[in-house]
Design a protein around this ligand. Structure first.
Ligand SMILES: [Zn+2]
Length: 78
């Protein structure tokens, strides 16, 4: 059973790289798994808002879990 990336603390993920057999990561708009989806959640409190994930290029929101484009859910799961 895979651990969802949002359950892993960014400080525990510094050595990780996706895809990983034990971790379920988010997909970007192209359907590629993000190599390191902990960038946006690390930016809690930063006055950034939306930006492109430096790892996979997906549009994400600073301070929130990396958006998963796997589902056709326009709400983004927020
Ligand atoms: Zn990403």
């Amino acid at each position: 059973m895979k651990t969802h990336f949002s359950e892993i603390d960014p400080s525990d993920a510094t050595q990780l790289r996706l895809p990983d057999p034990g971790i379920e990561g988010p997909l970007n708009e192209n359907g590629d798994e993000c190599p390191w989806p902990w960038d946006p959640i690390q930016l809690k409190g930063a006055p950034l808002g939306q930006y492109h994930c430096p790892y996979c290029g997906a549009m994400v929101i600073a301070g929130q879990d990396h958006i998963d484009y796997r589902e056709d859910d326009a709400s983004g799961g927020v």
